[in-house]
Design a protein around this ligand. Sequence first.
Ligand code: PGA
Length: 270
Amino acid sequence: MHVREFFCLWYNCFMAIKGKKYIVGNWKMNPQTKDEAKSIARSLKKIAATSKKVEVIVCPPHVYLQTVAGALGDAPVALGVQNLSEEEKGSFTGETSALMARDFGVKYAIIGHSERRKMGETSALVAKKVAQALTQKITPIICIGEAERDTHGAFLAELKQQFTESLATVSKEQLKSIIVAYEPVWAIGKSEKEAMQPHQIHEMTIFIRKIAGEKYGQENAATFPILYGGSVGGSTGPVILNEGNVNGLLIGRQSLTEEFGTIVTYASTI
Ligand code: PGA
Protein backbone atom coordinates (compact mmCIF):
# COMPACT_ATOMS: atom_id res chain seq x y z
CA MET A 1 0.00 0.00 0.00
CA HIS A 2 1.31 3.46 -0.90
CA VAL A 3 1.88 6.00 1.87
CA ARG A 4 -0.80 8.19 0.33
CA GLU A 5 -3.36 5.37 0.28
CA PHE A 6 -2.51 4.52 3.86
CA PHE A 7 -2.98 8.15 4.87
CA CYS A 8 -6.36 8.31 3.09
CA LEU A 9 -7.51 5.14 4.86
CA TRP A 10 -6.40 6.47 8.22
CA TYR A 11 -8.05 9.83 7.54
CA ASN A 12 -11.35 8.12 6.60
CA CYS A 13 -11.38 6.17 9.85
CA PHE A 14 -10.51 9.27 11.85
CA MET A 15 -13.31 11.30 10.24
CA ALA A 16 -15.81 8.48 10.74
CA ILE A 17 -15.02 8.44 14.45
CA LYS A 18 -14.54 12.14 15.11
CA GLY A 19 -16.42 13.96 12.37
CA LYS A 20 -20.00 15.16 12.25
CA LYS A 21 -22.63 12.41 12.42
CA TYR A 22 -25.72 12.18 10.25
CA ILE A 23 -28.74 10.52 11.82
CA VAL A 24 -31.51 10.10 9.27
CA GLY A 25 -35.05 8.96 10.00
CA ASN A 26 -36.81 7.30 7.09
CA TRP A 27 -40.45 7.15 8.13
CA LYS A 28 -41.39 5.19 4.99
CA MET A 29 -45.23 5.05 4.66
CA ASN A 30 -45.79 5.83 8.35
CA PRO A 31 -47.40 6.99 10.61
CA GLN A 32 -51.03 6.73 9.55
CA THR A 33 -52.32 10.11 10.72
CA LYS A 34 -51.02 13.66 10.72
CA ASP A 35 -51.61 13.93 14.46
CA GLU A 36 -49.15 11.11 15.03
CA ALA A 37 -46.70 12.77 12.63
CA LYS A 38 -46.99 15.97 14.63
CA SER A 39 -46.40 14.20 17.90
CA ILE A 40 -43.27 12.39 16.63
CA ALA A 41 -41.92 15.67 15.25
CA ARG A 42 -42.53 17.40 18.60
CA SER A 43 -40.51 14.80 20.49
CA LEU A 44 -37.78 15.11 17.91
CA LYS A 45 -37.71 18.85 18.42
CA LYS A 46 -36.96 18.38 22.14
CA ILE A 47 -34.15 15.90 21.49
CA ALA A 48 -32.58 17.91 18.70
CA ALA A 49 -32.46 21.03 20.87
CA THR A 50 -29.71 19.42 22.96
CA SER A 51 -27.83 17.58 20.22
CA LYS A 52 -24.42 18.72 19.12
CA LYS A 53 -22.26 17.86 16.11
CA VAL A 54 -25.17 15.82 14.73
CA GLU A 55 -27.11 16.53 11.58
CA VAL A 56 -30.58 15.19 12.37
CA ILE A 57 -32.60 14.58 9.23
CA VAL A 58 -36.22 13.53 9.10
CA CYS A 59 -37.80 12.13 5.94
CA PRO A 60 -41.58 11.90 6.36
CA PRO A 61 -44.09 11.08 3.60
CA HIS A 62 -44.66 14.14 1.38
CA VAL A 63 -48.19 14.73 2.70
CA TYR A 64 -46.79 15.30 6.19
CA LEU A 65 -44.00 17.71 5.25
CA GLN A 66 -46.05 20.78 6.16
CA THR A 67 -47.20 19.32 9.47
CA VAL A 68 -43.71 18.14 10.41
CA ALA A 69 -42.08 21.44 9.41
CA GLY A 70 -44.66 23.31 11.52
CA ALA A 71 -44.12 21.09 14.56
CA LEU A 72 -40.32 21.34 14.30
CA GLY A 73 -40.37 25.12 14.06
CA ASP A 74 -36.80 26.38 14.30
CA ALA A 75 -35.41 23.13 15.76
CA PRO A 76 -32.08 22.05 14.25
CA VAL A 77 -33.64 19.23 12.26
CA ALA A 78 -33.32 19.13 8.47
CA LEU A 79 -36.16 17.98 6.27
CA GLY A 80 -35.70 15.26 3.71
CA VAL A 81 -37.91 13.42 1.23
CA GLN A 82 -37.94 9.71 0.49
CA ASN A 83 -37.96 10.07 -3.27
CA LEU A 84 -37.87 12.64 -6.05
CA SER A 85 -38.81 12.70 -9.71
CA GLU A 86 -36.11 12.28 -12.33
CA GLU A 87 -37.97 14.91 -14.37
CA GLU A 88 -37.69 18.63 -13.92
CA LYS A 89 -41.39 19.52 -14.29
CA GLY A 90 -44.53 18.79 -16.27
CA SER A 91 -47.13 16.07 -16.75
CA PHE A 92 -45.88 13.37 -14.38
CA THR A 93 -48.84 12.35 -12.23
CA GLY A 94 -48.02 11.58 -8.65
CA GLU A 95 -44.45 12.87 -8.80
CA THR A 96 -42.64 15.58 -6.82
CA SER A 97 -39.83 17.52 -8.42
CA ALA A 98 -36.55 18.48 -6.80
CA LEU A 99 -37.41 22.13 -7.42
CA MET A 100 -40.70 21.81 -5.49
CA ALA A 101 -38.93 20.06 -2.63
CA ARG A 102 -36.23 22.70 -2.57
CA ASP A 103 -38.79 25.48 -2.62
CA PHE A 104 -40.44 23.93 0.43
CA GLY A 105 -37.13 23.92 2.30
CA VAL A 106 -36.16 20.27 1.84
CA LYS A 107 -32.39 19.76 2.14
CA TYR A 108 -31.98 16.01 1.62
CA ALA A 109 -33.52 13.29 -0.55
CA ILE A 110 -33.24 9.54 -0.07
CA ILE A 111 -32.71 8.18 -3.56
CA GLY A 112 -32.61 4.57 -4.72
CA HIS A 113 -33.84 2.98 -1.51
CA SER A 114 -34.05 -0.80 -1.93
CA GLU A 115 -37.82 -0.70 -1.42
CA ARG A 116 -38.06 1.56 -4.46
CA ARG A 117 -35.55 -0.51 -6.42
CA LYS A 118 -37.86 -3.47 -5.71
CA MET A 119 -40.67 -1.50 -7.39
CA GLY A 120 -38.53 -1.32 -10.52
CA GLU A 121 -36.23 1.65 -9.94
CA THR A 122 -32.94 0.97 -11.74
CA SER A 123 -29.55 2.48 -11.00
CA ALA A 124 -29.82 4.43 -14.27
CA LEU A 125 -33.02 6.04 -12.98
CA VAL A 126 -31.38 6.65 -9.61
CA ALA A 127 -28.56 8.51 -11.39
CA LYS A 128 -31.10 10.82 -13.10
CA LYS A 129 -32.82 11.55 -9.79
CA VAL A 130 -29.45 12.26 -8.18
CA ALA A 131 -28.72 14.76 -10.97
CA GLN A 132 -32.06 16.53 -10.34
CA ALA A 133 -31.35 16.72 -6.63
CA LEU A 134 -27.87 18.14 -7.16
CA THR A 135 -29.17 20.73 -9.63
CA GLN A 136 -31.51 22.01 -6.91
CA LYS A 137 -28.83 21.84 -4.20
CA ILE A 138 -30.58 19.02 -2.38
CA THR A 139 -28.15 16.50 -0.92
CA PRO A 140 -28.97 13.06 -2.30
CA ILE A 141 -28.67 10.18 0.16
CA ILE A 142 -27.89 7.49 -2.40
CA CYS A 143 -28.77 4.00 -1.22
CA ILE A 144 -26.83 0.97 -2.33
CA GLY A 145 -26.69 -2.55 -0.92
CA GLU A 146 -26.51 -6.13 -2.02
CA ALA A 147 -29.67 -8.26 -2.11
CA GLU A 148 -27.95 -11.19 -0.45
CA ARG A 149 -24.52 -12.48 0.48
CA ASP A 150 -22.71 -15.33 -1.23
CA THR A 151 -19.40 -16.94 -0.34
CA HIS A 152 -17.69 -16.16 -3.67
CA GLY A 153 -17.86 -12.38 -3.40
CA ALA A 154 -20.40 -11.88 -6.20
CA PHE A 155 -22.18 -9.45 -3.87
CA LEU A 156 -19.14 -7.16 -4.03
CA ALA A 157 -19.43 -6.98 -7.81
CA GLU A 158 -23.14 -6.24 -7.45
CA LEU A 159 -22.39 -3.43 -5.02
CA LYS A 160 -19.67 -1.98 -7.22
CA GLN A 161 -22.00 -1.95 -10.21
CA GLN A 162 -24.76 -0.26 -8.18
CA PHE A 163 -22.31 2.35 -6.90
CA THR A 164 -20.87 3.11 -10.33
CA GLU A 165 -24.23 3.28 -12.12
CA SER A 166 -26.10 5.16 -9.38
CA LEU A 167 -23.34 7.78 -9.23
CA ALA A 168 -22.99 8.00 -13.02
CA THR A 169 -24.09 11.66 -12.99
CA VAL A 170 -21.93 12.68 -10.03
CA SER A 171 -18.69 14.48 -10.84
CA LYS A 172 -15.57 14.47 -8.69
CA GLU A 173 -16.40 18.00 -7.54
CA GLN A 174 -19.94 16.97 -6.56
CA LEU A 175 -18.79 14.14 -4.29
CA LYS A 176 -18.75 16.51 -1.32
CA SER A 177 -22.46 17.21 -1.93
CA ILE A 178 -23.68 13.62 -1.69
CA ILE A 179 -24.14 10.99 0.98
CA VAL A 180 -23.94 7.26 0.36
CA ALA A 181 -26.10 4.96 2.47
CA TYR A 182 -24.99 1.35 2.58
CA GLU A 183 -28.07 -0.74 3.26
CA PRO A 184 -27.73 -4.48 2.64
CA VAL A 185 -31.23 -5.56 1.65
CA TRP A 186 -31.02 -8.74 3.72
CA ALA A 187 -30.50 -6.68 6.89
CA ILE A 188 -33.44 -4.30 6.40
CA GLY A 189 -36.66 -4.73 8.35
CA LYS A 190 -35.32 -7.46 10.61
CA SER A 191 -34.93 -7.66 14.36
CA GLU A 192 -32.13 -5.59 15.88
CA LYS A 193 -30.10 -8.73 16.49
CA GLU A 194 -30.03 -9.36 12.77
CA ALA A 195 -28.53 -5.98 11.89
CA MET A 196 -25.16 -6.32 10.23
CA GLN A 197 -22.23 -6.72 12.60
CA PRO A 198 -20.10 -3.58 13.12
CA HIS A 199 -16.91 -5.27 11.88
CA GLN A 200 -18.70 -6.30 8.66
CA ILE A 201 -19.96 -2.75 8.23
CA HIS A 202 -16.42 -1.47 8.77
CA GLU A 203 -15.17 -3.77 5.99
CA MET A 204 -17.89 -2.57 3.65
CA THR A 205 -17.07 1.10 4.23
CA ILE A 206 -13.48 0.35 3.24
CA PHE A 207 -14.74 -1.42 0.14
CA ILE A 208 -16.97 1.53 -0.80
CA ARG A 209 -14.09 3.98 -0.32
CA LYS A 210 -11.96 1.70 -2.49
CA ILE A 211 -14.45 1.66 -5.37
CA ALA A 212 -14.95 5.40 -4.97
CA GLY A 213 -11.16 5.76 -5.22
CA GLU A 214 -11.07 3.73 -8.42
CA LYS A 215 -13.71 5.96 -9.99
CA TYR A 216 -12.70 9.35 -8.60
CA GLY A 217 -9.12 8.99 -7.36
CA GLN A 218 -8.11 7.89 -3.87
CA GLU A 219 -7.67 11.49 -2.68
CA ASN A 220 -11.40 12.09 -3.36
CA ALA A 221 -12.68 8.86 -1.86
CA ALA A 222 -13.11 10.38 1.60
CA THR A 223 -15.08 13.44 0.55
CA PHE A 224 -18.58 12.02 1.17
CA PRO A 225 -20.16 10.54 4.29
CA ILE A 226 -21.13 6.86 4.40
CA LEU A 227 -24.15 5.84 6.47
CA TYR A 228 -25.29 2.39 7.44
CA GLY A 229 -28.95 1.32 7.43
CA GLY A 230 -30.72 -1.92 8.21
CA SER A 231 -32.50 -2.83 11.47
CA VAL A 232 -30.70 -0.20 13.54
CA GLY A 233 -32.16 0.45 16.98
CA GLY A 234 -31.30 1.97 20.34
CA SER A 235 -28.84 -0.73 21.31
CA THR A 236 -27.16 -1.46 17.95
CA GLY A 237 -26.96 2.18 16.79
CA PRO A 238 -24.31 3.32 19.31
CA VAL A 239 -22.14 0.22 18.70
CA ILE A 240 -22.29 0.69 14.94
CA LEU A 241 -21.41 4.38 15.31
CA ASN A 242 -18.41 3.41 17.42
CA GLU A 243 -17.10 0.40 15.58
CA GLY A 244 -18.65 0.47 12.12
CA ASN A 245 -16.44 3.23 10.63
CA VAL A 246 -19.57 5.07 9.48
CA ASN A 247 -20.45 8.76 9.45
CA GLY A 248 -24.02 8.10 10.49
CA LEU A 249 -27.11 5.95 10.29
CA LEU A 250 -30.23 5.65 8.17
CA ILE A 251 -32.98 4.40 10.44
CA GLY A 252 -36.33 3.04 9.31
CA ARG A 253 -38.89 1.69 11.77
CA GLN A 254 -37.13 2.90 14.89
CA SER A 255 -37.16 6.49 13.61
CA LEU A 256 -40.83 6.53 14.65
CA THR A 257 -40.03 5.52 18.22
CA GLU A 258 -38.11 6.87 21.19
CA GLU A 259 -35.09 4.83 20.11
CA PHE A 260 -34.36 7.44 17.46
CA GLY A 261 -33.90 10.01 20.22
CA THR A 262 -31.63 7.63 22.11
CA ILE A 263 -29.39 7.34 19.05
CA VAL A 264 -29.35 11.09 18.37
CA THR A 265 -28.46 11.78 21.99
CA TYR A 266 -25.70 9.18 21.90
CA ALA A 267 -24.30 10.54 18.62
CA SER A 268 -23.92 13.95 20.31
CA THR A 269 -21.56 12.50 22.85
CA ILE A 270 -18.97 11.03 20.50
P1 PGA B 1 -35.15 -0.50 9.07
O1 PGA B 1 -35.12 0.25 7.67
O2 PGA B 1 -34.33 0.34 10.03
O3 PGA B 1 -36.60 -0.57 9.43
O4 PGA B 1 -34.54 -1.85 8.85
C1 PGA B 1 -33.97 0.88 7.22
C2 PGA B 1 -34.25 1.43 5.85
O5 PGA B 1 -34.94 0.77 5.07
O6 PGA B 1 -33.81 2.56 5.52
